[in-house]
Design a protein around this ligand. Structure first.
Ligand SMILES: C[S@@+](CC[C@H](N)C(=O)[O-])C[C@H]1O[C@@H](n2cnc3c(N)ncnc32)[C@H](O)[C@@H]1O
Length: 201
């Protein structure tokens, strides 16, 4: 989903973590960034306004995002060398890329239906160096039952309930086995009701 229309207000919105969708945002990005070492070759998928890039140590960074406006803001904020690619992230990885020491992404992959997530995981695996890692922070549920519980909890707030219904928050009960089938050893970490991190090495 192209975020051109949200770009101007995005950073102000994510700074307000009182909203359930944004709770845990900063902790999630900090955790993802903590898995990147100085000098790594890093691919940031759905790089947005560059908030994850800002947290990374000096590294060889490639940022992919379909939104021209989000990327325009990110380039100004980051003000350091990086490769900027305006493209669909799944299509970008449809060609041989990398190798990368880390493929990172925050709050972007939930825009892909589960079937496309699984295709993406395979493409991430192919773009990683042998000791590389995928570090992915996003809106997720432990399983289908947790989705139903959280949908009920937020039924009175359309800004949460509609997002749960209309977007593709991860179901960890299927995403973790999909990553494991590709050979990843997976660990998860929770930052709020909806914000989780997944690292696959
Ligand atoms: C919610 S923002 C997250 C931005 C940033 N990673 C962060 O954590 O703040 C989602 C970003 O992913 C981008 N995006 C969504 N679907 C995409 C796709 N299929 N290909 C490339 N970029 C995509 C949007 O344009 C947007 O910039």
């Amino acid at each position: 989903m192209n975020h051109d229309r949200q770009a101007a207000t995005y950073d102000r919105n994510v700074a307000d973590e009182s909203h359930p969708i944004r709770a845990g945002y900063a902790a999630c990005l900090d955790w993802v960034a903590s898995h990147v070492a100085p000098g790594d070759r890093v691919l940031d998928l759905g790089s947005g306004t560059g908030n994850l890039g800002l947290r990374l140590p000096p590294c060889r960074l490639t940022c992919v995002d379909v939104s021209h406006e989000m990327t325009r803001i990110a380039r100004a904020k980051l003000a350091r060398p990086a490769e900027w690619v305006q493209a669909d992230l799944l299509s970008y990885l449809d060609e041989p890329r990398g190798p990368f020491d880390a493929v990172v992404s925050t709050y972007a992959i939930h825009h892909l239906p589960d079937r496309e997530k699984e295709i993406l995981f395979g493409r991430i695996r192919a773009a990683l160096a042998p000791a590389g890692r995928a570090v992915l922070g996003d809106l997720m549920f432990e399983d289908r039952a947790a989705r139903e519980r959280l949908l009920a909890k937020h039924a009175g707030d359309p800004s949460v309930a509609d997002a749960i219904r209309e977007e593709f928050f991860w179901d960890l009960a299927s995403a973790v086995p999909a990553l494991e089938r590709l050979g990843f050893a997976v660990e998860t970490r929770r930052f709020s009701d909806l914000s989780w991190g997944v690292v696959g090495e």
